[in-house]
Ligand binder design. Sequence first.
Ligand code: RIB
Length: 345
Amino acid sequence: MTGKSRGGSGAVSIKDVARHAGVSIATVSNALNRPELLSAATRGRVLSAIDQLGYVRSESARQLRAGRSRVLGLLVLDMGNPFFVDVARGAEDAAHAADVGVMLCNSGQDPAAEAMYLSLFAEHRVRGVLVTPTNVSGENLAAFRRRGIPYVYVDRVAADDEDSCSVSVDDVAGGELAVRHLLDRGHERIAFVTGPMSLAQCRDRLAGARSALSGAGLPEEALSVVETTTLDVTAGRDAGSRLLGLRERPTAVFCANDLLALGVLQAMFAAGVRVPEDIAIVGYDDIEFAAAAAVPLTSVRQPARQLGRKAAELLLAETSGQPGHTHERVVFQPELVVRRSTLRG
Ligand code: RIB
């Protein structure tokens, strides 16, 4: 018998499988959910019928019966950024250990896309969502919360949101590490190339940079800020060109992430400006391309995979059905990884 479709809906039904295997519908269900109740021969007959007919069980029907999905949603800011790939890998580490899958979506920093994906996750009744928010005011997440699906902030402190866990890195400390390193190398005219200040990560890294300046007795003006709309290599190249056009060119650049830093590095190369001899560069995230860059990049390392794993563990615990879950704010510490892009002489 071919795997052609059966039943009114056009899909192979559990009834078709039972008829084909010569067993009851309950036996088919046990073969899938409680195989220990069946003999090997009976289970084999059922699995063979499933394979021959091409039956796929209805996950939504299973969820309705079990009351819990086996899928977590993960909504990241930029799928093109290796940082979020590592976050996703960590989330999968924890989810797969619990026999749960991860549905990865990309908001591209667009609040409208964020709202669409949150709605999609709700329609699919995912078990919970891990999200790096784009939406400053948080109305997307407020609307999502009203639909009753738990979520955990990833890479963001849930400062004023008592209804969720969060996992993040102390970005203020990260900004301080970057600029203190440059100050220690004798730089006093530093630029900060950042994405939109609507992102808390960028605001916190700038706050840390300014704190390092203040700690060294330097005025805020010693740090010139170049803001971009996105945090990718193209925006970094554009920012690098703008830096080269400044009347007083900085001797060092701190970038809000490694993709921006790689773009600034490209702009310097194109203009014949030597790194680090003429200008030093520090990135943020320590993605794998930082070490592999033409001039290996000094970067503030975020434990991205641990972030993703911990966030998924918190969400799985919250949605385990066990009583007594209390929301946690987990904050990891950044680490400065020094490479050639800041070492003169
Ligand atoms: O998405 C922008 C940045 O925020 C990433 O590079 C990572 O640093 C995150 O914290």
